[in-house]
Design a protein around this ligand. Structure first.
Ligand code: IMP
Ligand code: MG
Length: 571
């Protein structure tokens, strides 16, 4: 036993592909389910989670305050910390009961007899609670006490403190408001826009739901033409900075952001409402802007087509290589490197952070990369992987040979091995060793540093930042962001779309914009349409050429390779 590290012992005791908090919540809810009491005790269990989280937040804040004021303080773990040792920081409180009640109202999970609440359902409820918390729905309500329950037949909030939720429209009853809210949030399973025939709205739906479904369908038609006609925008009552992972969050693993008008539309609307957006991705191609542009081609083309301008445009960033290369969108719809050094340079202005790339020593960077390369080589050999290693300036990758696939277990083993070696070394640089799904990487730097640099550089506090990603297990690379801001854990770009739609709606942004006939005529003139044929779209020849080009970029290396080979990688 003596040569087994404590990290390895912990993995032997705690399976690594688990999220401690969600697993614990699941086990708590399992008791009620087995006793057939989820219907009566489910909401109270979520209230109990809230109490424990509030207590944990309070104790953590107190401890940090004491330390910052040099007061003598001993760390006393909260009850939650004792129950879930892996639990981290909560930057906002989480209205879990409210989120659970809304979710249950929609999916009837407590009336199930055979299937207990699942991991994914708890993940959805946590996501929902997080975005409700951030869209400030409880402004005026008690920040510390329990939120009043959402009663299916009546009052939202049940009095006591002017609780605001879904923007209640004039003449709308509380009951209608609840239904509207539950129909617009939660998960994409019954996402209205996902079906054009509205078939999910048959039978058991109310007239309001049906008309809302029709509104949502016409939304997709009207909104396309109505962006420039949005009413005066106000700052979004929600997150001010949203960081997105790239692969599997904005586009499928290894693919590019090509055509996803719905997701592009929500990103566009967020920018129009003053939100700063940053793609914080492990993919690193130094400052070769064209390579990032290629990966975001559909999104940038969408911004151009919709005429995104000025500040709105300049609030779009990409942080490549986790936290190594910062680029920003310019008026030409291209990405430009943000100055690193000198006055106003991003590295320069974040040097106060010990982990900032501006403070790294090149010799330490080299040591990390050397260790990673050696470790990946031995993992590859021990596990007979059909793989190869690539080394970049700030990362080392273990990637499958053409037409091969590396198993999840082999990638996890390689990742946990190098994590343990780096943890036990004298190296002080932040790093990220992760399983990317098809490959494994060690990057110098991580998303904790990426998000923190952005917060500091842009002046956004942690509780007003949000990171959305797909890799929150401890072998994933979004995991690192957890310690510096609230996070939303999604599993696909469709879920990302749904989350953004919910944020926009909960924040009161009109997704359904009505065309003003005068503006509509003006717009037609701008587009050169004098007749009655509707709005003509200009053909973007550059984009067409790019899409039909015979070369494609290898997402691992950033090299341009023949299309055939690139496609075969995309397993
Ligand atoms: P993310 O999900 O957007 O953070 O991207 C992760 C994926 O980017 C990895 O799984 C790799 O396939 C790809 N990638 C390309 N270059 C790099 C690199 O330098 N470091 C890590 N990942 C990279
Ligand atoms: Mg990802």
């Amino acid at each position: 036993m003596s040569n087994i590290s404590s990290r390895r012992r912990n993995y032997l005791l705690t399976p690594h592909r688990r999220d401690g908090l969600i697993e614990w919540m699941k086990s708590m809810l399992m008791h009620s389910f087995v006793l057939d009491a989820l219907d009566t005790t489910g909401a109270d269990t979520f209230s109990h989670f809230e109490v424990l989280i509030d207590e944990h937040r309070k104790m953590t804040d107190q401890y940090l305050d004491d330390i910052s004021q040099n007061n003598k303080s001993t760390f006393v773990p909260s009850r939650l910390k004792q129950l879930v040792p892996q639990v981290g920081t909560f930057y906002t409180r989480l209205p879990l009961r409210k989120a659970f009640e809304a979710y249950n109202l929609k999916y009837g999970i407590t009336s199930r007899r055979h299937i207990c609440i699942s991991f994914n359902e708890i993940r959805h409820i946590l996501n929902l609670a997080q975005i409700i918390a951030m869209t400030d729905m409880y402004k005026g309500g008690s920040q510390l006490g329990l939120l009043p329950p959402l009663v299916p037949n009546g009052n939202i909030g049940g009095g006591g403190g002017g609780v605001a939720h879904h923007e209640k429209k004039e003449g709308e009853t509380d009951d209608q408001a609840i239904r509207a809210w539950t129909s617009m949030t939660v998960t994409p399973r019954r996402e209205v826009d996902d079906k054009s025939d509205g078939s999910q709205y048959s039978g058991d739906t109310t007239p309001e739901e049906r008309s809302r479904a029709m509104c949502d369908r016409s939304e997709s038609i009207a909104i396309e033409e109505a962006f420039s006609l949005l009413p005066d925008r106000t700052a979004l009552p929600g997150p001010k900075l949203i960081c997105f992972d790239g692969d599997q969050t904005l586009y499928s693993d290894g693919a590019n952001f090509e055509s996803n008008p719905r997701l592009a539309k929500y990103l566009f609307l967020l920018l129009k409402h003053g939100v700063t957006i940053a793609v914080v991705t492990a993919a690193g191609y130094e400052y070769q802007a064209a390579k990032y542009e290629l990966r975001l081609s559909g999104l940038l083309a969408y911004f151009k087509e919709k005429g995104l301008k000025g500040d709105d445009l300049e609030r779009f960033y990409i942080f490549g290589g986790e936290c190594n290369y910062l680029l920003r969108l310019g008026a030409d719809y291209k990405l430009h490197a943000v100055k690193e050094n000198g006055p106003g340079g991003w590295m320069n202005s974040t040097k106060h952070m010990s982990e900032s790339p501006g403070n790294w020593s090149e010799s330490e960077v080299k040591s990390v990369l050397d260790m990673a390369e050696a470790s990946f080589n031995s993992s590859m050999e021990d596990q007979n992987m059909r793989a190869r290693i690539i080394r970049k300036k700030r990362s080392v990758g273990l990637i499958p040979k053409a037409d091969e696939k590396i198993t999840r277990e082999a990638l996890d083993e390689a990742v946990l091995r190098i994590q343990s070696e780096l943890d036990n070394s004298k190296i002080n640089l932040p790093f990220c060793a992760f399983n990317g799904g098809r490959d494994a990487w060690v990057d110098v730097g991580n998303k904790r540093v990426g998000v923190q640099v952005l917060q500091s550089y842009l002046g956004v506090p942690p509780e007003e930042s949000l990171h959305i990603g797909d890799q929150f297990l401890n072998t994933g690379n979004d995991f690192a962001a957890r310690s510096v801001c609230p996070c939303v854990w999604i599993t696909s770009p469709e879920e990302t779309s749904y989350i953004l739609k919910s944020i926009l709606r909960l924040a009161g942004v009109p997704l359904m914009a009505i065309l003003n006939p005068v503006d509509y005529e003006d717009k037609k003139q701008v587009n050169g349409d004098k007749g009655n044929k509707g709005i003509e779209k200009k053909v973007d020849f550059d984009e067409m050429e790019r899409r039909t080009s015979r070369l494609a970029m290898d997402v691992f290396t950033g090299e341009m390779i023949p299309l055939q080979r690139a496609a075969s990688r995309d397993v």
